[in-house]
Design a protein around this ligand. Structure first.
Ligand SMILES: Cc1ncc(C[n+]2csc(CCOP(=O)(O)OP(=O)(O)O)c2C)c(N)n1
Ligand SMILES: [Mg+2]
Length: 371
């Protein structure tokens, strides 16, 4: 039991595996089938993420927010969720969306700037990507409250970054979640950076996990690069919430291995030494070493997984790229059942601009380069 054993005010951190993949806590005794799934999804996520960065570099995607290094914080909780639990994501949880049934092609489409990516397939209990930082937190708290009132037995799992915990929405959302004792697990992936602002400059709180205590919500600091620790902590938080014991909070201590988005250059604000230090704590390498020691991981299995991932990713890219152009109306259609006058006006303006853009481009060509 994690609850009550790790004091976030003291910086106690729950960990099962050390960076070399050695057990530093009691063996959790998980089913090898589950452990294989934990590894498989981390690898799929890593490879899909790498492909998305390549697509952006090839000009086939607008911009992308890579999740490399954060796979354990995403896969552990996703596999601890039940079929009827709801995911409220942020914008860097590619691996979690894949596990929860939000198709990879939609994720790719999102970053290709296609509004159709926001269609959540029928029956999938996941919200689309939230880019405005922390706005998902009060909505998740409200949704969890509604699920509680309905007596549904479902739990909400809501992700956010470290920077998100400096936003008003975070505090309002957590306050209501605490007051109404909603069935929710909040996970802050502390990847040490909010764009170029380091964690230490964002808040004077010793840990992010301790912020939840102000709202009467138990918080635990977990090694976010340790998939076993993340799975067990999330499972406990979800079980507590499902049993009516109220919300739970996890700070997943991890690292953003890549740039904030493909439009960013971290070389301007952090050192290669820092990056190399976190490379040694990589979640995939650590879990693979553990599984190898247990005789579960083999080079043949790795090859098979890589081949399966390649096939899956290839299909998703083909689907995303074969959809054809989107209609400008799609940008305006789905916010309200009936468009507001302001939206109607904006749509008219967009259509007018698009119609005239071709004329303007032709005029520019005729001018032959004169400004
Ligand atoms: C309300 C709001 N303010 C500013 C931004 C611009 N912005 C996008 S991501 C980001 C930093 C978020 O940091 P963090 O919460 O740590 O998440 P991470 O990007 O590290 O996953 C900012 C400031 C935004 N999207 N929304
Ligand atoms: Mg961050």
């Amino acid at each position: 039991m994690i609850f009550g054993s790790f004091d976030p005010l003291k910086g106690d951190m729950f960990q099962v595996l050390d960076p070399d993949g050695k057990l530093v806590a009691e063996d959790p005794g998980l089913d090898p089938v589950l452990m294989k799934d934990l590894y498989r999804w981390m690898l799929y996520g890593r490879l899909a993420d790498e492909k998305a960065v390549k697509l952006q570099r090839q000009g086939r995607m607008g911009t992308y927010a890579p999740g490399k290094g954060q796979e354990a914080s995403q896969v552990g909780p996703a596999l601890a969720m039940g079929d009827y639990d709801w995911l409220f994501p942020s914008f860097r949880e590619l691996t979690t969306y894949m596990i929860r049934g939000y198709p990879l092609e939609y994720n790719l489409l999102y970053f290709m700037g296609d509004v159709r990516s926001n269609q959540v397939p029928e029956g999938t209990k996941s919200l689309p990507i939230f880019v405005p930082v922390a706005t998902q937190v009060p909505i998740a708290a409200g949704a969890a409250w509604a699920l509680k009132k309905k007596g549904s037995g479902s739990v909400v799992v809501c992700y956010m970054g470290d920077g998100a915990t400096s936003e008003g929405d975070f505090h309002e959302g957590l306050n209501f979640a605490g007051v109404f004792r909603v069935p929710a697990l909040f996970i802050s992936q502390n990847n040490q950076w909010a764009i170029s602002v380091p964690r230490k400059k964002q808040t004077l709180s010793r840990t992010i996990a301790q912020k939840s205590l102000s709202y009467g919500i138990p918080g635990v600091l977990v090694d976010g690069n340790d998939v076993l620790a993340m799975y067990i902590a999330a499972r406990e938080g979800i079980e507590r919430a499902r049993n009516g014991e109220g919300p739970f909070f996890i700070e997943a201590f991890t690292y953003r291995r890549m740039m904030h988005t493909t439009a960013d250059d971290p070389g301007r604000y952090r050192t290669p030494e820092e990056e190399a230090e976190w490379d040694l704590k990589d979640p995939l390498r650590r879990f693979r070493a553990y599984l190898e020691g247990r005789g579960i991981w083999t080079p043949e299995w790795q090859k098979q997984l890589e081949a399966d991932a390649e096939e899956m990713i290839k299909k998703a890219v083909e689907k995303a790229e074969s959809l054809g152009p989107q209609e400008p109306e799609d940008l305006f259609r789905h916010m309200y059942e009936e468009m507001t006058p302001a939206l109607v006006e904006q749509l008219e303006y967009l259509k007018f601009s698009l119609a005239n853009r071709e004329i303007e481009e032709e005029a520019d060509e005729i001018k032959g380069g004169f400004p």
